[in-house]
Design a protein around this ligand. Structure first.
Ligand SMILES: [Zn+2]
Ligand SMILES: [Zn+2]
Ligand SMILES: [Zn+2]
Length: 303
């Protein structure tokens, strides 16, 4: 498998968002990005790319001026049933609407304003799942093997989701692979899943405990005992305290240094630990650890 990235097709009527997406995708190494501003052109371009042997990942705006997003998805799935469509929507939809979109075949669902950290995870997940198949149709067993290769150990539930294969059928394949000594069954794995769509495609999200912003940096804080000032190391220009302008002299005597602090760039708060919750890559749902659903299933180790 070469490192060549998939083509991407953006169907989006806002030029501003298209430009942002393009720049962002370029940074991730996606050089072949097509874009169009309405559904009809989008379908035509998708069809052209398919005819040229490409397998574009589609970023589809939920609200387009000319066509309903569900209709566009339908047309795209007619051209390629396993197309990967990422839906973007401006307003927070109800759980039911999200579930509908996913049932309609959308691979993932993201909310605007687009959080680029989230989108990065989406594309990394796509790659990790081995969807970049260079146009060769895999048979089912080969496809599962290629999924297995990206992991040293994986649970049945995750493999089932990533390879889009029913548990029962998958277990049949896995026992065949066990016989061939390609995989080995290990103890059950307990994993965190989304409490809205049950997906295992979730990742931790870190934020400022005071204002919930993701805009923080890690740094060293210095406390000046004399005046009580606590601020980042950089603020002590030429060893002078930014508050009282006196020089700081001996570590441990007139000042102390605190390593590995986080400094919020939005509210200015400083904290030794970040708050954490989880974001579902599949439906954008955000939830705290205590609200997660745990899924337990047999684990497999790649021999
Ligand atoms: Zn979810
Ligand atoms: Zn903050
Ligand atoms: Zn001071």
């Amino acid at each position: 498998m070469s490192g060549r990235k998939n083509d991407v097709l953006i169907i989006e009527d806002s030029m501003a968002i298209t430009i942002l997406l393009r720049d962002f995708l370029k940074k991730l190494g996606y050089d072949n990005v097509e874009s169009c501003t309405n559904g009809k052109t989008g379908i035509r371009v998708f069809s052209d790319l398919e005819s040229a042997g490409k397998k574009p990942i589609v970023l589809l705006d939920f609200h387009l001026p000319d066509m309903d997003a569900n209709k566009i998805m339908e047309s795209i799935f007619n051209i390629r049933p396993d197309a990967k469509i990422i839906l973007e929507t401006a307003d927070s939809k109800s759980d039911e609407q999200i579930k509908n979109a996913l049932r309609g075949g959308a691979y993932l669902y993201i909310e605007k304003p687009i959080r680029f950290e989230n989108l990065k995870n989406v594309f990394e997940t796509l790659e990790q799942e081995g969807i970049i198949l260079e146009g060769k149709p895999f048979n089912e067993l080969e496809r599962i093997k290629s999924h297995l290769k990206s992991f040293s150990r994986i649970s049945l539930a995750r493999l089932s989701e990533y390879s889009d294969t029913e548990n029962e059928l998958l277990q049949k394949y896995l026992s065949q692979l066990e016989n061939e000594k390609i995989v080995m069954k290990i103890s059950d794995m307990k994993e965190i899943s989304c409490n809205q769509c049950n997906s295992l495609r979730i990742f931790p999200n870190f934020f400022c405990p005071a204002c919930k912003s993701n805009n923080f940096v890690q740094g060293k804080l210095i406390e000046h005992f004399k005046c009580g000032n606590v601020s980042v190391e950089d603020s002590y220009k030429e060893n002078k305290c930014p508050k009282c302008h006196k020089e700081i002299k001996i570590l441990g005597v007139d000042y102390k240094s605190m390593d590995n602090y986080y400094i919020c760039k939005d509210c200015g708060d400083k904290f030794p630990e970040l708050s954490q919750d989880y974001v579902c890559v599949r439906c954008s749902n955000r939830f705290p650890l205590e609200k997660t659903k745990w899924i337990s299933s047999p684990g497999y180790k790649i021999v």
